[in-house]
Design a protein around this ligand. Structure first.
Ligand SMILES: [Fe+2]
Length: 392
């Protein structure tokens, strides 16, 4: 267990935030030395006209567009990564601009690995990826405020055959520049706004019950929670409110940085498992599992998570005067349940089409997920099964 007395905190690349900051993308590529940029995106983002805004932003610099790969899907998988790399190779791209949600940005990170190493992405699985040459310049432009992938250090790629999400972790995978432009997320529909926002909230909360907790992460996580609690409902109700969009993007970015430095916990591992096995979207899975995971932690490890959960309660504006840490934490969990249901997200796995008889495999997958080890303390398989059963 790390402590305030001994820890590491790694910062990602440059972060630029502001309305229409995407106009500077060409300039940023030039400053980093990129020459031919492959734009990586998905069909919806392209259809919404956001790739056109990036192309316009490229005129602020001298670098060229090497091509547009628009085939990314919600859970990016190995085959998509390989196809995207083939286009990058064929068109002689030396840098990447990812425009999209976490799946798109993670695809670009995996393609960056292949631009250095070549071959197949399965050949490069390892505990920590160490590139043998400098990584290509990567400018990430998020079109959701959720994963914080634009500043996180890992790529998560679906292995469809094994029904598993593979994680490629390394600080080297953090994009060189993150452009947080509220204008780029103003058309995100309310349901996606809600689920991706809960994804960011979970990253902040897991940072506070991670065994890799540290003061820099605490400060980002607590402020991230405050911003989500204040601005996510506004973004959900008024999608074109750019102030709320800006603050949700900032919170999601903070969540990405703390996730990169504290590496998640049991909620993330369970969400990966139900996502990999049953296709439940990441944010939806977290919305269902967040209160249950916190409840488990505070009941099983009150001494370890009590103080952190009091901080969460305070960030949510709950009056905790006179409460024990555990009572304050339980108040936070109840508050979060109401907050999540106010965002009209599914409250149980049965509402997502998952069958209770199938969950044993998901518990095993979660147990094998290395993120589980970062929880305050790693639970037993039976306990994970118990959490999943309560999710019905
Ligand atoms: Fe996540």
């Amino acid at each position: 267990m790390w402590s305030d007395e001994w820890f590491e905190f790694q910062v990602p690349g440059k972060i630029i935030c502001g309305e229409k900051c995407v106009d500077t993308v060409g300039l940023e590529i030039d400053k980093k030395g990129g020459k031919r940029a492959l734009i990586v995106t998905d069909k919806q983002v392209k259809k919404a006209g956001l790739v056109d805004l990036v192309k316009k932003g490229m005129t602020s610099g001298k670098s060229q567009i090497a091509g547009v790969f628009d085939q990314v899907e919600p859970d990016s998988e190995i085959e998509i990564v390989q196809r995207c790399y083939e286009l990058a190779y064929k068109n002689e791209a030396d840098c990447i601009i990812s425009v999209g949600g976490g799946s798109t940005i993670d695809t670009a990170k995996a393609v960056a690995i292949l631009m250095v190493e070549g071959g197949h992405i399965l050949d490069h699985q390892c505990a920590v990826y160490m590139p043998r040459a400098p990584m290509p310049v990567h400018v990430a432009i998020p079109t959701t405020a959720g994963t914080g992938a634009e500043s996180s250090f890992s790529a998560v790629i679906l292995d469809k055959e094994q029904k598993l999400k593979l994680t490629y972790p390394s600080p080297e995978l953090a994009p060189s520049v993150a452009l947080l432009d509220p204008y780029m997320i103003r058309t995100l529909p309310p349901q996606l706004t809600a689920s991706t926002g809960i994804c960011a909230l979970t990253h902040c909360i897991e940072a506070l019950h991670s065994q890799f907790r540290k003061p820099f992460c605490d400060s980002l996580a607590i402020h991230g929670i405050r911003l989500i609690y204040r601005y996510l409902p506004v973004a959900f109700q008024e999608p074109t409110n750019l102030e709320s969009r800006r603050y949700t993007l900032i919170a999601a970015n903070m969540g990405g940085i703390v996730l990169a430095n504290t590496a998640g916990g049991l909620i993330h591992a369970l969400a990966n498992a139900v996502g990999g096995r049953f296709g439940v979207p990441h944010g939806v899975a977290k919305a269902i599992l967040l209160p249950l995971g916190m409840e488990f932690n505070i009941e099983k490890y009150p001494d370890k998570v009590g103080k952190s959960y009091r901080l969460i309660a305070e960030a949510l504006g709950i009056d905790t005067r006179g409460d024990s840490d555990v009572t304050a934490g339980k108040k936070a969990i109840e508050y979060l349940r109401n907050f999540i249901s106010g965002l009209q997200l599914p409250e149980s796995l049965s509402k997502t089409g998952v069958k209770k008889v199938d969950i044993a495999g998901a518990a095993e997958d979660a147990m094998r997920d290395r993120l589980m080890l970062n929880n305050s303390e790693a639970p037993e398989l039976q306990e994970l099964l118990g959490i999943l059963e309560k999710a019905f």
